[in-house]
Design a protein around this ligand. Structure first.
Ligand SMILES: [Zn+2]
Length: 51
């Protein structure tokens, strides 16, 4: 597992910093692995490094 995957996995399920009820979920965001809020869609982190 790549280091980025570990970071993303550790964030998954965390509460969103931008809204009250959101939970972070893993998604593809503009072609990159990212963790987005399930409520407001704000990306919490994004992996820019090529695998
Ligand atoms: Zn949110």
């Amino acid at each position: 597992m790549a280091p980025n995957d570990r970071i993303l996995s550790s964030l998954e399920g965390s509460p969103c910093n931008y809204c009250e009820e959101g939970i972070l979920i893993r998604e593809q965001f503009k072609g990159n692995s990212a963790v987005l809020c399930s409520q407001c869609g704000t990306p919490a982190i994004q992996s820019w490094e090529p695998e």
